[in-house]
Design a binder for this molecule. Structure first.
Ligand SMILES: Nc1nc2c(ncn2[C@@H]2O[C@H](COP(=O)(O)OP(=O)(O)O)[C@@H](O)[C@H]2O)c(=O)[nH]1
Ligand SMILES: [Mg+2]
Length: 244
């Protein structure tokens, strides 16, 4: 307890190592309970979650968005959760970042979050980790998570903006429809637009979403690897952010 108290003092003086240690404590139930009593319940800033099947391009897109936000001077933190391979997302992102000018950027924070086994895609107390990062001063927290049934509900509650990623020709559209995630997503993105079949998925989505009387859901076609369509996507996310 006294250890946590001291960590909090250092955290409030913007000590990055204290932040990192508090985040570790936040993943354990005992530490989390205490931290919950200390954090600001609704710090300013936004939590944007990207969800989608493995391999759809979440890490690639998160990397692109993080770079873009840093170029705009926005302080950004990334929480990469991947139940299939807990460290892949972070490693992939980490590799990208290490090679770029962002390597020692104090305005960027990246953390891989190990998730419990099975299909639960959202680590326990992820909400608390977001609160810590926002209170520390990050303006946007990007979460990468593999959507899976129950977990989608948790992500929905946690995120201010939920972005669902699909890719051409995976048959995923139906799967997402079944899981109900298509209905709760704020933005739908068809990634890998450089590959054939993206327009077909777009057309299919247009038919399923945005029916008369339904909440409008913007759909975007992007290529994370080519860096295409990102301006439009991010503009829409920022607009939603000011509305929410
Ligand atoms: N052709 C193409 N490949 C992509 C695109 N975005 C990601 N990929 C590739 O898809 C694979 C999975 O990407 P990753 O970002 O790790 O997906 P994640 O599992 O959803 O995080 C990698 O080989 C990427 O290079 C894209 O826009 N176009
Ligand atoms: Mg990934």
């Amino acid at each position: 307890m006294s250890d946590l108290k001291e960590l909090f003092e250092r955290f409030r003086q913007k000590d990055r190592r204290a932040l990192a240690r508090l985040l570790s404590h936040a993943t354990q139930s005992e530490g989390a309970e205490i931290i919950r009593t200390q954090v600001t319940p609704r710090p300013t800033g936004s939590v944007v979650a990207l969800t989608g099947s493995g391999g759809v391009g979440k890490s690639s897109l998160v990397g692109r968005i993080a770079e873009r936000l840093r170029n705009d001077g926005i302080q950004v933190a990334v929480l990469a959760c991947d139940p299939e391979s807990p460290y892949t997302g972070g490693a992939l992102l980490g590799d990208r970042i290490r090679m770029s000018s962002l390597a020692s950027d104090p305005g960027l924070f990246i953390r891989s979050v190990a998730t419990p086994g099975g299909r639960q895609a959202v680590a326990e107390n992820l909400d608390l980790m977001c609160q810590l990062l926002l209170e520390y001063g990050f303006e946007i927290v990007l979460i990468e998570t593999v959507g899976a049934g129950q977990a989608d509900v948790a992500v929905r509650e946690l995120a201010d903006i939920l972005v669902l990623l699909l890719q051409p020709e995976t048959g995923d559209e139906l799967q997402w429809e079944k899981a109900g995630i298509l209905e709760v997503a704020d933005v739908v993105v068809v990634n890998k637009a450089d590959l054939p079949g993206a327009d077909a998925v777009m057309a299919q989505l247009q038919g399923q979403l945005n029916l008369p009387g339904c909440r409008p859901v913007p759909i975007f076609k992007v290529s994370a690897t080519q860096g295409e369509g990102l301006d439009e996507l991010w503009k829409a996310v920022l607009e939603l952010r000011t509305e929410s």
